[in-house]
Write a protein that binds this ligand. Structure first.
Ligand code: ADP
Ligand code: ZN
Ligand code: ZN
Length: 778
């Protein structure tokens, strides 16, 4: 027999090896004839092999007869070392890997690399002994010096876990710090020991569920019925913001958890996991595992094992959690399923919601996609009968859905400029700010903000652009500060209020920074102005209007929420605390605030320029813009008071925008679907995007031209090669080619044959070529 191995190399094939002569030592010591088979490294386990001059770690994907290899036996090398004597991946995970490889046209070995935690890829043993800490017998608080506050505090936290102590991972998650644990150990107060993780206790309810309304009950019943029949069912839980989708998840989960199965809850990338965890932990006494990008490699490995061994009962995770192995998964929930962070944008370009549906099908379990703003792809699946729609049309409890209103902003000046570089102006500028002129908000909007604050409520102003201003412009010659590495403007970072803060220019695409020039590099004019509005500038303008004791009788805090203000550890918690105090305040936020947050005292949401997306050339832009508007609007009126949403627009007659505001997201989206159908665009056609990245645009384009030449006869629509939307990024040029097919199988047949050949083109050497199946933007 031969061993077929998938290796982490960018080649569309697997490699055959002879069993190693010494692998029996590590595997087992049976001597009868069956042992020859038994001694083979198991399918789904890791082996170390030589590959060219390197030594690589691969996964055994098959055992084959020696005549099945297309390489002559005497050319085959033997396996160097068997790492796992039992599979780390079962056949189901292997078939998931194969499906991913064939659907996304990505090499199997590379797919497996994406699926495995780093330490596993590096060949680390799977021994799952973990460090535990416990208090030594007879030690008490009296054994501390009176001034060892922090030590005492950490000791008290450990004491809560009783005499058996707790695992280090658990303790670190609770906020304990390793140096303190070490110090306590050195002082002879606590000790550490290695232990196998215990099997989890059955899940129990920690709190009674809410009484569901009729629509929620129907949704739960349908999901649970599918689960009880142990069969696949894809559901689109289409519920307006605040309709209680989470309660539906929780009650559906209850049945599945009580049957001893695991539940996976996927959440979007940003900031959601801690809050979501709290909601699940309040309901269930269960082992809840959080999987997100902040974990280190050891935590990742442990999390992966906890999923695989079934110790994790509820798994809350971002995109890549869908690639984890599970001992006994009973339900997958994809929360905010329209969210674009579910699409991986490099290496294996999978969409986590699509993979979730595939896995549900594979495992015979229900999959629930929950959102207030379903993607057009998912709405089409409902129309085609492939997803069952579960509608929640009302807000749960007493909250009413917010009313949306368009505000004509054509007369409001949209060009705000001042000079961030001239310090002399700074002192005089703030008191001079007046009225709407420097906020980009119409007078009506400002009046509405004032009324809301005076009623003791909170306002959210949504602006999807951080920094002070998006452009630095020379008023004399029109020069603009552009990134030298990208086809993009540099953002002005600056603060009028906080003069301690340095002013600088930054590219938000490649992070390149520069100082603000004193004069225009082209014409030497000193008339350089920051043009346009970012969250910092908006915050400061609002500050002048509502927070400055010199100009207003009552002052209100303005809370800026974007990547710049939430970067520091704990800053989110701090912001949350300020918002949840319920005191009147204005929140200024980027799309970070659009997702899932519950701000019960926000009753007014203002969107000064969110309508811009309706003008963009990207055909997906109206869909994504509407999703964002509705999600942001959904932050309003979630408590007992009704909410209002003001959408400022310079195109008040835009029919799509009017439809969205008048009829809501669903009718709007169905309208968009009709348009897509007419134009032959996804989801009515199936797309693949080929991108080339090179040192010059000419090189990037050439390989795509060559690729078209070697294309076999086909019935696809081919668009390009054209420059990518940002043709230069990080000093590299990007060109692209789009394939659209009326039928999915035709697209895949072509890619199967053609894509590996494209990668072999002479002009493709040393270039980065990528293929994106079902791209979400181009
Ligand atoms: P969504 O995820 O759909 O936006 P949430 O699940 O956050 O909505 O629910 C919004 C609010 O409604 C929460 O405060 C939740 O506790 C409450 N809620 C949900 N279902 C019910 C119910 N059946 N009865 C009363 N309150 C409910
Ligand atoms: Zn100039
Ligand atoms: Zn740049």
């Amino acid at each position: 027999m031969l061993i077929r191995v998938a290796l982490p190399v960018p080649l569309y094939r697997e490699f055959d090896y002879l069993p190693s002569s010494n692998n029996t030592n590590s595997a087992n010591t049976l001597t009868d004839s069956a042992s020859n088979v038994a001694a083979l490294p198991p399918i789904g386990g890791r082996v170390q092999v030589s590959f060219g001059r390197q030594t690589l770690i691969g996964i055994v994907v098959d055992h084959i007869d020696s005549n099945q290899s297309d390489v002559p036996l005497n050319k085959l090398k033997a396996i160097k070392q068997v790492i796992d004597t039992a599979p780390i991946f079962d056949l189901q995970m292997l078939s998931l890997a194969r499906w991913l490889a064939s659907y996304y046209h990505y090499p199997l070995g590379d797919v497996l690399s994406v699926m495995l935690p780093t330490l596993i890829r590096q060949g680390k043993p799977l021994d799952m002994l973990v460090t535990h800490w416990r208090i030594l017998p007879n030690v008490s608080e009296d054994d501390f010096h009176s001034n060892a506050h922090k030590q005492k505090q950490q000791f008290a936290m450990l004491k809560l876990h009783g005499e058996h102590g707790a695992s280090e991972d658990t303790l670190l998650l609770e906020g304990m710090e390793r140096p303190f644990l070490k110090r306590l150990e050195e002082n002879g107060l606590i000790e550490h020991f290695l232990e196998e993780q215990a099997a989890p206790r059955p899940v129990t309810l920690a709190k009674m569920p809410l009484t569901l309304n009729e629509q929620q009950q129907q949704a739960v019943d349908k999901i649970v019925a599918t689960a009880k029949q142990a069969k696949y069912g894809g559901f689109l839980l289409n519920g307006v913001t605040g309709s209680g989708k989470t309660e539906v998840y929780l009650q559906a989960m209850q049945t599945i958890l009580e049957a001893g199965k695991q539940v996976l809850v996927l959440v979007p990338e940003i900031g959601l996991t801690p809050q979501t965890r709290a909601r699940f932990a309040a309901r269930f006494a269960a082992n809840i595992l959080l999987l997100h990008s902040g974990l280190n490699v050891t935590q990742r490995l442990h999390g992966w094992e906890d999923c695989r061994q079934g110790r994790a009962q509820i798994i809350i995770g971002t995109r890549s959690s869908i690639l984890h192995p599970f001992a006994d998964l009973g339900l997958i929930v994809v929360d905010e399923s329209h969210d674009q962070s579910y699409k991986q944008q490099d290496t294996l370009r999978y969409h986590a919601a699509d993979v979730a549906l595939y896995r549900g099908y594979q495992l015979g379990i229900p999959v629930v996609l929950g959102t207030a703003t379903p993607s057009l792809e998912h709405l089409k699946l409902v129309q085609d009968g492939k997803l069952t729609e579960l509608l929640l049309t009302q807000r749960a409890g007493n909250a009413k859905e917010a009313t949306m209103q368009l505000v004509d902003a054509r007369d409001t000046p949209t060009k705000y400029s001042d000079s961030p570089a001239a310090p002399t102006q700074q002192a005089s500028l703030l008191p001079n700010l007046k009225g709407s002129q420097n906020t980009g908000l119409t007078d009506d909007t400002i009046v509405a903000i004032r009324e809301t604050l005076e009623a003791g409520e909170q306002v959210l102003v949504f602006l999807n652009r951080r920094g002070y201003a998006p452009i630095l412009l020379c008023e004399a010659c029109g020069w603009q500060a552009d990134c030298v590495r990208c086809e993009a403007h540099m953002t002005v970072h600056h603060s009028q209020l906080n003069t301690q803060q340095p002013s600088y220019l930054k590219c938000h695409h490649c992070d390149w920074q520069a100082s603000i020039p004193l004069a225009c590099p082209d014409c030497a004019s000193v008339n350089l102005n920051a043009v346009g509005m970012g969250t910092t500038r908006l915050t400061e303008s609002l500050h002048a209007l509502f927070s400055n004791p010199q100009t207003s009788k009552k002052t209100y805090p303005i809370i800026q929420i974007d990547r710049d203000t939430t970067r520091k550890k704990d800053s989110w918690e701090d912001i949350y605390r300020r918002i949840n105090s319920g005191n009147p305040a204005i929140l200024v936020g980027t799309q970070m605030v659009a997702k899932g947050h519950h701000f019960p005292n926000v009753t007014l949401v203002c969107l000064p320029n969110a309508d811009r997306g309706f003008l963009s050339p990207d055909f997906r832009s109206p869909e994504h813009t509407a999703q964002l508007i509705v999600q942001v609007a959904g932050r309003s009126g979630r408590g007992s008071k009704p909410g209002k949403v003001l959408i400022q627009t310079v195109q008040p007659e835009n029919p799509l925008l009017r439809k969205l505001v008048r009829d809501g997201y669903q009718p709007f989206a169905l309208e968009l679907l009709k348009e897509r159908k007419m134009l032959g665009l996804p989801p009515y056609t199936y797309g693949a995007l080929i991108r080339c990245e090179a040192k010059t645009l000419q090189q990037a384009t050439q390989v795509l031209k060559d690729a078209i030449v070697i294309m076999p006869p086909h019935e696809l629509a081919i668009l390009g090669p054209i420059d990518a939307p940002m043709k230069m990024k990080n000093s590299r040029y990007h060109s692209q080619l789009l394939l659209l097919s009326k039928q999915r199988p035709q697209l895949h047949q072509l890619l199967n044959f053609w894509w590996p050949q494209v990668l072999q083109l002479p002009s493709a050497k040393y270039l980065k070529l990528t293929l994106d199946v079902d791209p979400i933007g181009w």
